[in-house]
Ligand binder design. Sequence first.
Ligand code: MN
Length: 174
Amino acid sequence: MPKKAKDLIFVVQKHQARNLHYDFRLEADGVLKSWAVPKGPSMLSREKRLAMQTEDHPFPYKDFEGVIPSGYGAGTVLTWDEGTYLPVSGSLEEGRFKFLLNGSRLKGQFVLFRFDRAGENAWILQMLSGSEIPDVISKYQRSVKSGRTIEEIAVQKDLGNKKILFQPKGRKAA
Ligand code: MN
């Protein structure tokens, strides 16, 4: 009997750093594989989103929401979406990975594939099938976790979760 795969998690963190972006993170091999998506994910299958791969983050970082005071990633982090995903085909190693997202907001089949023309860390994130919803980034402004806006988080700061801040060695703010 095949072993039932355990649920893998994903999270999308809206990150108001020097430049606003959305960090898309997939649990894999015990860490969070991470991409910075400048425009955020789209739920229109015709829209491709540039996703720049960044450092793997420690798994507990999925729960971080608050203010990074200085250093790497300085700025405000809002949990824009969270949920689970199921691998469908391909793999990150192969540079093309299809998966089924089951988040509060993002639902449907998505793909990440390498987009070498834009650099070695460049990927495309695209919804392949699911409910077509225009402009989800504008539609959902509040945290799925706390209901707060990014401005409210910036004022209220963290909810006691400073310990899971992540500072990669030898990196400047990004
Ligand atoms: Mn970020």
